[in-house]
Write a protein that binds this ligand. Structure first.
Ligand code: F6R
Length: 614
């Protein structure tokens, strides 16, 4: 949802900024731009519609010199994606340039005020209003850039991570955040700033995560300072980055999504490492242990999440209710935050988010917090806003997920939810040793089982080729594979642009079955488990109406494999672990269909990875 990057130091800024934009392109890719101050004090701004590669072509014959600069890759909110609406935006006197991730909600009022003062606007964006407003305050108050930014932000309503340059001061960048992420890398006489650590990781290890309401004064000749909106100096809390650069590259795969699907045996290993002992006899999550009483006495668990993370939460509902005997609600964060939800002080709110920056989930967390609930985070990005807003939590540790369609984060989230359910069930004395250890051993065996499925990628590719014609798909599952079916449908929709619907298998006959004909394929998850026989009846209902069935079944299955048109086999496992296996062929199936259709798999249209606006 827009990526911002900045550099000030001894090196040429442009190559660093462009590389940074490529790393952040997953956050938005409808236009890109850069602003640099050259040694002779010129502010050069280049911006263009399209991806970062377009910007590079556009700027190839231009003056890109300078050791200070800011750059932006956009996911449009206000104004269509075009050259004019692209960032950076600059004041009409050409003095101040600014990049922005977020939304300025009161931009209309400010714009009218500025028009009254003689300002004219080139773009339709809220961001241009902010830069002109800063310029206005700077000129009328005859103050420093920092003071003008501080004064402006005190009057702005909305969300922002910004970086601002002044043509007349090539030694300084002012950066600030509220509800949109911003991390600053501190090097030897140089500073990097970015929406996340991926553009920074190869240069420095020391980083500072800016907090809401903080403004950073980054000056190459003066000590680094952070001051808040009330002009109080903040303590500089330096964190160490632990990021492996190879995780940010495609590593020989044609797409990040495929690489991330194939990484899952390793990411699940990383997720359970140090949490389940090698014998598979115990699981310990320190986030739960430290708050044991909270979990033992929880009235309810409320999961708040969006998209894929919401599907993981739905799987959590089956686990926590059955295994732990705790009532569970699973809420779309975007709805929860605008309802007047009943939240009790003895409720536990599980915030599930890969990025840890999703605006709706963060707002749901703040709301639940204000009502006294205990907040537990399941995040991937270490140090992210949601992770920092929670009382406790468990990181999924699957490494950076760059493909816009979430894959390894989903299996990481489900793995954490299973471990949580096991630990709570054990603490509550609700699970016998045999089942407890069998599920834990099942988790330990998961990486090898996923490898087995991945070894069938060519067969899944063949099946995908047969069904690439389809314009609609139905995905069915039951029990904890109902959310898995919804997740499979979402994967197909977002990267292939084929309409797909996930539905509980038994619910189909109450309406959705009317869609079935020989042109509409149905993907059915029919793995072994307590409702296997019922799912068989649902498959028969589809076949009786001429529908095509692609079934995900357990190895050795002889019944469904005779009924379905095509089968994909997954190894046997505990019923509650089946989503970890059945989701893998669905990810590959969606991937190969999207590739066959020539889609931009890693950067599908209209989407962005980190949704930091409402
Ligand atoms: C789908 C997808 C999205 C995200 C959703 C929440 O593949 O990636 O549906 O799951 O935007 O994002 P996080 O988990 O970062 O809060």
């Amino acid at each position: 949802m827009c990526g911002i990057v900045g550099y000030i130091g001894k090196q040429d800024a442009y190559p660093i900024l462009i590389k940074g934009l490529h790393r952040l392109e997953y956050r938005g890719y409808d236009s890109a731009g850069v602003a640099l101050i050259s040694a002779d004090g010129k502010l050069n701004v280049y911006k263009t519609k399209g991806k970062v590669a377009e910007l590079e072509r556009f700027a190839a014959d231009k003056d890109t010199s300078g050791t200070i600069g800011i750059a932006h890759t956009r996911w449009a909110t206000h104004g269509e994606p075009n050259d004019v609406n692209a960032h950076p935006h600059y004041s009409q006197n050409g003095r101040i340039a600014l990049i922005h991730n977020g939304i300025i909600e009161n931009y209309g009022v400010l714009k009218q005020m500025l028009i009254g003062k003689g300002y004219t606007f080139r773009s339709e964006t809220d961001t241009e209003v902010l830069v002109q407003f800063i310029d206005y305050l700077r000129t009328t108050n005859n103050c420093s850039l920092f003071e003008a930014v501080q004064a402006a932000l005190n009057q702005v309503i909305g969300a922002y991570a910004i970086a601002v340059l002044d043509r007349d001061n090539k030694d300084e960048i002012i950066a600030a955040r509220k509800s949109s992420p911003l991390v600053i890398g501190i090097g030897d006489g140089e500073y990097f700033l970015a929406s996340d650590a991926t553009p920074i990781a190869e240069y420095v290890k020391d980083v500072v995560y800016l907090n809401d309401g903080e403004i950073a004064i980054i000056n190459r000749n003066k000590p680094f300072r952070i001051v808040n909106l009330n002009n109080i100096e903040s303590k500089i809390d330096i964190c160490k980055l632990e990021m492996n650069i190879s995780e940010l590259e495609k590593g020989g795969y044609p797409h990040f999504m495929l690489k991330e699907i194939f990484e899952q045996p390793r990411t699940i290993t990383d997720c359970i490492r140090g949490r389940i002992n090698v014998e598979g006899t115990d699981v310990i999550l320190s986030g739960i242990l430290d708050h044991k009483e909270r979990f033992l006495n929880a009235r309810r668990i409320i999961c708040v999440a969006c998209g894929t993370s919401w599907h993981a939460g739905m799987i959590g509902e089956y686990l926590f209710e059955d295994l732990c005997g705790i009532e569970v609600k699973v809420e779309y964060a975007s709805e929860f935050r605008y309802r007047n939800p009943v939240v009790h002080p003895d409720d536990i709110v599980l915030a599930i988010s890969q990025s840890g920056e999703t605006a709706d989930t963060l707002a749901a967390v703040e709301l639940a917090k204000s009502r006294g609930a205990f907040i537990y985070g399941i995040c991937n990005v270490v140090g992210s806003s949601i992770a920092r807003a929670t009382d406790s939590g468990t990181y999924i540790h699957v490494g950076p997920e760059i493909g816009v369609a979430s894959t390894k984060a989903f299996t990481g989230q489900v793995t954490v939810l299973v471990m949580m359910a096991m630990m709570i069930a054990r603490l509550k004395g609700r699970i016998d040793t045999e089942r407890y250890e069998s599920v834990l051993r099942g988790l330990l065996a998961m990486p090898e089982k996923i490898k087995e499925i991945l070894s069938q990628a060519d067969r899944i590719k063949e099946v995908a080729a047969i069904y690439t014609y389809a314009r609609n798909f139905l995905y069915l599952g039951r029990g904890c594979n109902y959310p898995t079916a919804m997740e499979g449908a979402l994967k197909l929709k977002e990267i292939s642009y084929i309409h797909a619907e996930g539905c509980p298998a038994a619910e189909m006959k109450h309406g959705t079955i009317a869609l079935i004909d020989h042109e509409m394929p149905t993907v059915v998850i029919a793995t072994n488990g307590s409702i296997y026989e019922k799912t068989i009846s649902n498959i028969q209902e589809i076949k009786a109406r001429g529908g095509k069935v692609i079934a995900v079944v357990t190895e050795g299955d002889t019944i469904v494999s005779h009924m379905a048109d095509h089968c994909i086999w997954v190894p046997e496992t505990d019923e509650y672990l089946t989503p970890l296996l059945s989701s893998i062929p669905l990810q590959l199936f969606a991937y190969y269909i999207a590739v066959n259709k020539g889609r931009d798999v890693d950067q599908p249209r209209n989407l962005a990875k980190s949704v930091t606006v409402e």
